[in-house]
Design a protein around this ligand. Structure first.
Ligand SMILES: *Cc1c(COP(=O)(O)O)cnc(C)c1O
Length: 509
């Protein structure tokens, strides 16, 4: 046998040799410079590049050359072609989605997380990380629930957490009510009658989860919302009654604490009462609104959540964490048994008898990032009070936005008043013949491609609307005025170009 004399890629890994360390420093320093040059100091939220241009730009780069080249050179090119044409999430005019500027403390923690590369599935791949994640989950459960039996797991975000909640709700129902072990046997014939209730404003991933769970999208019954976009309790009662009277099996209610478009919070306390009376699993999707628990002033709005069977909270939204970071929480830890499984090579039953924690048993992922660390570091470095002030500022600036929109005859406010910091509105054309949906859509596109503002578009009752999601705690009143001004000016200019000399349709005040 030949003896291996030379190991390939000596400087390509972080290792205990001085050469390995200096290569690491060189690489991260180069990355930092690129970031600074092409991103951190940009004065616009987007370069405005078009789809075709971007495609062409990337076509020039071969993905996998035979020989490597210096990291500085690779990163320089990456900076010019990728970083420069990315949306600038910390820019005050970047306010489209639930897409936050990340805290600096979290960025530093991310460096540790990726360099340490712990994997959260088994104890022997992440001893201290496993303990910290468990500690963070303990803290979250104590904040959200009124029971001491809670447990949970960090997830990739609300999509995965909603899937997990409905998976557990489905299998719990089948076990308790139908004496059926879905984990082993799959779905019974009567599963086609199982139903989930959520409001019309709930996140689309409720339907997605129903489809993935073999129940089908039609298993999701959409409850009407009231004029504040909260679940209408009368309609909930009516649907529950009707479903049962024709032999359907309602097994889960999904309440939303912070709907994605409107930030509206369903009446949680009232929904708890119905779920308890009907013995139905209550899953609260607080991906967005869960952050209110940080604020003494606003946490009361989540009252009722402490009785939910499962809760979703995202940290890559109003907790200012880099993507991805979320959690799925269970009020009663025993329900994790419904998904737990053992792999001899990872989490043997013997280990678990010995009390060695392997988090894989609580997750639908196997290899999993140590995302709890950045939240831990952020909370430690920021402190609860300052965290609360940041969130409160965004809620207050959203009220200011609503006020500006209300007062301006060129705008129409849709969610009045905004429940959290999402503000939905429309630009009202002044000229009779201008098609309003198209115009609103064009306003957004023009602002994006001029690189002036990144705002969202959504549909409400069949109308195309614009949306600001004001997550940035650094947004000032003046910047907000400028942002709305840019929307209005763009609307007026588009109308001029298109409408020509038609007469104004709105009476002068
Ligand atoms: C964002 C969001 C989701 C989806 O979460 P991801 O983290 O994007 O997977 C689900 N529900 C609500 C209410 C959300 O706002």
């Amino acid at each position: 046998m030949n003896k291996v004399v030379k190991t390939p890629g000596r400087e390509c890994f972080l290792n205990s040799s001085p050469a390995g360390w200096s290569a690491y420093l060189q690489a991260v320093t180069a990355a930092r410079e690129v970031f600074y040059q092409h991103y951190a100091t940009l004065s616009r939220p987007f370069s405005g590049i078009q789809v075709g241009q971007l495609k062409a730009l990337l076509e020039e780069i071969p993905v996998c050359p035979e020989e490597g080249r210096p990291i500085e050179e690779v990163l320089r090119e990456t900076g010019e072609k990728i970083v420069r044409h990315s949306v600038v999430v910390h820019h005050p005019a970047c306010s489209a989605h639930l897409h936050c500027p990340p805290l600096t403390a979290a960025l530093a923690a991310e460096q540790l997380t990726s360099a340490m590369n712990q994997s959260m599935d088994s104890w022997d791949q992440s001893p201290a990380a496993t303990m910290l994640e468990e500690k963070m989950i303990g803290w979250l459960c104590s904040r959200f629930f009124d029971s001491t039996a809670g447990d949970g797991i960090f997830t990739s975000g609300g999509t995965q957490s909603n899937y997990m909640g409905l998976l557990l709700a489905r299998d719990f129902y089948l076990r308790e009510r139908m004496n059926w072990d879905a984990k082993r046997k799959g779905l019974p014939a009567h599963a086609s009658r199982m139903r989930i209730l959520c409001s019309k404003a709930a996140h689309f991933t409720v339907k997605q989860a129903a489809a993935l769970l073999g129940l089908g999208e039609e298993a999701v019954i959409l409850i009407d919302t009231d004029k504040r976009y909260q679940m209408d309790l009368l309609d909930l009662d009516k649907e529950l009654y009707q479903l049962k009277s024709v032999g359907y099996l309602p097994f889960a209610i999904v309440a939303t604490a912070g709907t994605t478009d409107f930030g509206s919070i369903d009446p949680l306390g009232e929904i708890v009462r119905r779920a308890e009376a009907e013995k139905i699993w209550l899953h609260v999707d607080a991906a967005y609104g869960g952050a209110l628990l940080m604020s003494d002033r606003y946490k009361q709005q989540l009252a009722g959540i402490e009785k939910a069977d499962s809760v979703v909270v995202d940290f890559h939204k109003l907790f200012y964490q880099p993507i991805s970071c979320g959690a799925f929480l269970l009020r009663n830890k025993e329900h994790f048994e419904l998904i737990r499984r053992h792999a001899d090579y990872l989490n043997s039953e013997e280990d678990e008898w010995l009390g060695i924690p392997h988090l894989v048993g609580k997750s639908v992922q196997t290899t999993r990032r140590f995302d709890a660390l950045k939240l831990f570091v952020s909370l430690q470095a920021t402190g609860r009070i300052r965290f609360a002030e940041m969130i409160e500022h965004t809620l207050e600036i959203a009220q200011e936005a609503a006020q500006l929109i209300r007062r301006d005859e060129h705008f129409q406010l849709i969610n009045d008043p905004p429940a959290l910091n999402a503000v939905v509105f429309r630009y009202r054309p002044t000229m009779r013949k201008v098609e309003s949906d198209q115009l609103n859509r064009n306003i957004r596109d023009v602002l994006f491609h001029q690189g002036k503002a990144v705002i969202a578009q959504t549909r409400v009752d069949g109308m195309t609307c614009l949306k600001l999601t004001l997550l940035n705690p650094l947004l000032t009143s003046e910047e907000l005025v400028n942002l709305l001004q840019a929307v209005k000016q763009t609307g007026l200019k588009l109308e001029m170009e298109r409408g020509g000399n038609q007469t104004a349709c709105r009476p002068k005040k």
